[in-house]
Design a protein around this ligand. Structure first.
Ligand code: ACO
Length: 328
């Protein structure tokens, strides 16, 4: 049985930068509050680009770095909760078309901020079962499209962006283990209530702003810290790996306080921990591959490095992954 290996990573962020000082002019907030409570300074906002545009640009970078020809990709999966279209076509089909990938399996998944870990799980299974050889995975979000820009409790937190990776059948540098899970009973704490089958699109839905993201931030925060910590402890114990053996810990980038809490509980050092939330805010399914790309481009991530990924998000969903980086 061939092993599945993450052989390349890429990312793209839109050019427009929204600062905390810009937000001060839009809602009753302050740079001081945002930095102190979240660690965020800036986020990127897509103006003339849609989710598939961001995804295509990130995917192109990952594809180029993989050294593979386009014709060798046999599946493309996109994780997003801000797809181009509500029902169809899928964002993955649009990306495949943009990249001129013909006859590939293409579909979207929805797992909010845990999207990239779910993507890894699916790609690993496809490769180890022998059904696919090279799978292009993309986490892409245009969160600015589901944000109520008059709600200070959410509008300061999120940004737009995309991150991608190629997962291939290889003999070494494998994805060692992945754990994914969910608890649907807590779904109401982080929800876009409108425009689905529960509250179909209507003037009332728009008037009540049900098409936007609603979050019980404080309650989500507590569950996120507990769950992320437990997930890391469990996957390390299961694989008999000590936290100091991990070269890079790349957690979901939602809030610096959440990252710091998990980091301290697990005794990770600054050198081990990748933090990008200050620049990009929370980009949901794109946040982990964007952070991985940043570590790669800055020379912190090298072939054979042991990486630990950890995410928590709407659903609730959560997951962790332990892998050796297979990129050059
Ligand atoms: N500026 C100024 N004041 C604010 C702002 C703001 N932007 N936002 C909220 N406040 C106020 C509140 O109104 C409240 O005031 P009050 O005490 O007078 O009522 C006070 O600040 C404290 O509010 P809290 O919500 O308790 O603040 P908290 O410290 O919890 O921080 C935050 C809020 C940043 C949202 C935090 O709870 C958080 O990060 N939650 C988790 C986010 C997360 O991990 N999400 C999961 C992934 S997202 C996904 O899957 C899509």
């Amino acid at each position: 049985m061939k092993k599945a290996s993450l052989i390349s990573v890429g990312a793209y962020t839109p050019k427009h930068i929204l600062t905390n000082f810009d937000l001060e002019k839009m809602v009753d907030t302050s740079n001081e509050w945002i930095v102190k409570r979240t660690g965020i300074n800036t986020r990127c906002i897509a103006k003339d680009e849609v989710t598939s545009d961001l995804a295509t640009k990130a995917a192109l970078v990952a594809l180029q770095r993989s050294g593979l020809d386009k014709s060798e990709i046999d599946a493309l999966i996109c994780a997003t909760v801000t797809p181009d279209y509500f029902c169809m076509p899928s964002t993955a089909c649009k990306i495949a078309s943009n990249l001129n990938l013909n006859n590939v399996t293409a579909f979207d998944i929805s797992a909010a901020c845990t999207g990239f870990i779910y993507l890894l799980d699916i790609a690993k299974s496809m490769i180890e079962s022998g059904s696919k050889k090279n799978v292009l995975i993309v986490g892409a979000e245009k969160f600015s499209s589901i944000i109520d820009w008059s709600d200070r409790s959410t509008c300061v937190l999120f940004g737009d962006g995309a991150g991608a990776a190629v997962i291939s059948a290889r003999d070494d540098n494998e994805i060692i283990d992945i754990h994914t899970s969910s608890d649907g009973s807590k779904g109401d704490l982080l929800i876009t209530p409108g425009c689905g089958t529960v509250n179909p699109a209507s003037q009332e839905v728009l008037d009540k702003k049900l098409n936007f993201l609603h979050m019980a931030g404080n309650e989500v925060f507590k569950v996120a810290v507990q769950t992320l910590t437990k997930d890391v402890v469990d996957i390390l114990e299961k694989n008999k790996i000590a936290s100091e053996q991990v070269d890079l810990f790349i957690p979901h980038q939602a809030n610096l306080r959440i990252i710091e809490a998990v980091k301290q509980r697990l005794n990770f050092t600054d050198e081990q921990c990748v933090v990008t939330v200050s620049k990009y805010g929370n980009t949901s399914s794109a946040s982990i591959p964007m952070a991985m790309n940043e570590a790669y481009e800055s020379g912190r991530l090298k072939q054979g490095d042991l990486i630990l990924l950890d995410a928590f998000g709407g659903g609730f969903t959560w997951g962790s992954a332990l892998l050796k980086f297979g990129g050059k």
